[in-house]
Design a protein around this ligand. Structure first.
Ligand code: FES
Length: 105
């Protein structure tokens, strides 16, 4: 059963598309990314050696590229698309009345 945490001061309309942003929620560092009409949430620290993923960038397929060793992750499911065998933790997102909620166990 998830606990849902609202990101204060942010709505689906004010969230800039294709720009990763880091938030502190429930004691965790969580990255948020809007792509087209979807919003994704993921651990803001890389599963390799904990670099800050929101300081990375998106590749042409809109995958997250870690700024430190350039491993790539699919923001929708955390898959390590560059093939090193890591898994990025992702979180469920719900939009309620334009506000963004992240589900954390
Ligand atoms: S810390 Fe992210 S790829 Fe190494």
């Amino acid at each position: 059963m998830y606990n849902w945490h609202k990101i204060e001061g942010l709505t689906i309309d004010t969230l800039q598309a294709e720009k990763m942003q880091e938030y502190a929620l429930a004691g965790k560092r969580i990255g948020i990314l809007k792509l087209n009409d979807a919003v994704y949430a993921f651990s803001a620290t890389c599963p390799h050696t904990s670099a800050p993923l929101c300081e990375g960038w998106l590749d042409a397929q809109k995958r997250i590229v870690c700024p430190l060793h350039k491993y790539r992750f699919d923001p929708s499911n955390g898959r390590n698309t560059s093939g090193e065998g890591y898994k990025l933790k992702t979180y469920p997102v719900e939009i309620r009345n334009n506000e963004i909620y992240i589900g954390i166990l």
